[in-house]
Write a protein that binds this ligand. Structure first.
Ligand code: GSH
Length: 160
């Protein structure tokens, strides 16, 4: 359904397909402004969330791609991992003393950062080096709706 051959993609009720994570996230959040998942368009707070979405998509999300690709050269993986570590160093500083990226309000930027940062567990990057980022991932994971979504996608480890 996405001619780019990638996820995510969202088919709307009228049959149109919307692609690109940051666009889909804003579309969904704007359907329910009372959720406060994204600040009102035109406010500086909105642009702060956009600033995060852009950083996450271009600097974090795509940096993971070679790490999931078995055909990627080890030197490329090493370079990519170093880049990711630099980004995580910076994000860790931004999160110090904060619940979420823009303060106390959970937004779509937090949802996006949670998803991509969680991939670290699958590519051997130990988040223990970034305590504020690790605590953030745990905080978001504990949210009841996040637990519900992870369960629906079969991503929760079964109790032994
Ligand atoms: N720019 C796209 C990137 C999406 C993307 O990289 N998706 C990956 C999975 S995380 C994918 O489907 N890759 C398959 C491919 O590119 O062949 C977005 O932000 O939504």
């Amino acid at each position: 359904m996405n001619s780019k051959g990638a996820v995510p993609a969202l088919r709307l009720d009228d049959g149109q397909v919307l692609t690109e994570g940051p666009a889909i996230l804003q579309y969904l959040a704007d359907q329910k402004p009372e959720s406060k998942l994204v600040p009102r368009a035109g406010t500086l707070e909105r642009y702060r969330v956009l600033e995060w979405l852009n950083f996450i998509t271009s600097e974090v999300h795509k940096s993971f791609s070679p790490l999931f690709n078995p055909a990627a050269d080890p030197k490329v993986k090493e370079y990519t991992t170093q880049n990711l570590e630099k980004r995580f160093d910076w994000i860790n500083k931004q999160l110090a003393g904060k619940q979420y990226l823009t303060g106390d309000q959970f937004t779509i930027a937090d949802a996006y950062l949670f998803v991509v940062t969680n991939w670290s567990n699958f590519v051997g990057i130990d988040l223990g080096r970034w305590p504020a980022l690790k605590a953030f991932v745990e905080r978001v994971a504990a949210r009841p709706k996040v637990q519900e979504a992870l369960a629906a996608e079969g991503l929760l480890k079964k109790e032994a």
